[in-house]
Design a binder for this molecule. Sequence first.
Ligand SMILES: Cc1ncc(C[n+]2csc(CCOP(=O)(O)OP(=O)(O)O)c2C)c(N)n1
Ligand code: SF4
Length: 321
Amino acid sequence: MSGQRIKFYQTGSFAVGNRLLKPEQRTVQSDAGRTNSLTTGHRACQGCGEALGARYVLDAVMRATGNRAVTVNATGCLEVFSTPFPESSWRVPWLHSLFGNAPAVATGVAAALKAKGRTDVRVVGQGGDGGTVDIGLACLSGMFERNDDVLYVCYDNGGYMNTGVQRSGATPHGAVTTTTPAGNSFGQGKNLPLIAMAHRIPYVATATVADLRDLEYKAARAMEFHGARYLHVLVPCPLGWRTASDKTVSVARMAVESGFFPVFEAIDGEVTEVTPIRRPRPVADYLSLQGRFGETPAADVVSRLQAEADRNIRSFGLVVE
Ligand SMILES: Cc1ncc(C[n+]2csc(CCOP(=O)(O)OP(=O)(O)O)c2C)c(N)n1
Ligand code: SF4
């Protein structure tokens, strides 16, 4: 099992801010001295999973590196809502690249640091799924193939949300977006974690904002490796998914519990850990929490997405007794 699992009866609470735990078991977020990498004043929608995920990832990276990390951010919601000129909500060294070249810019930063002999400073690239699986894919694949010393994080909200909810290569089949008003007729998707693994890079992991302890663990774990690393985080978007803003965490949890979004770690291209599911929930329960599949998701959409979840359950061995 990945990371450190804390039993409910030991703590009385799953809350990541729980300070009843022993100091070594506490999360980064429960530490009053944390970086607050993405701090107040940003303009994300209420309940934005991307804002939540990015804050946890970067705070964990900053702790793991002793506050020596530079972040390169692709264009997208995360960049736009955090840095309306001349303001910024970032409390970390942070650069804005273009929409499609964050992995290349991050590679350049890593190369410059190496040339200056600054092996103590680490580099993180990050972007949405559009910037990652679509326009940024060539740069990212190059970064993987050269094994550049960068952790790249994709915040997957299943669409181009910043420009008004257009379909991306990570939008699920059947989802309504402004470019697929009748539901996404494509949608076998580009499975970036598997594509990253095919490059045999040192570390690949998936996570969601439903398990913030696991997300922190994986961000910190990634910094134990050198070379190219990839973290794919599922981050529900209330605007694009048509979900209530207080349901971000529950929707992400349902994505995992249905098997639709497998949570795992892979080292050198081989899966080493999976987050198990005890009782898989029907994918229909996951879809019905969202408005983007229509009031009643169509039967053919449900069966296709259920088949995807079943395949994940089989191929990752997600269900344990
Ligand atoms: C070359 C180029 N094409 C289009 C745009 C417009 N644009 C900016 S952000 C964005 C979508 C971002 O989507 P994603 O990467 O999924 O991030 P999200 O906003 O969903 O977090 C687009 C199309 C751009 N900035 N540059
Ligand atoms: S549109 Fe979605 S991703 Fe963008 S700020 Fe709003 S909730 Fe976050």
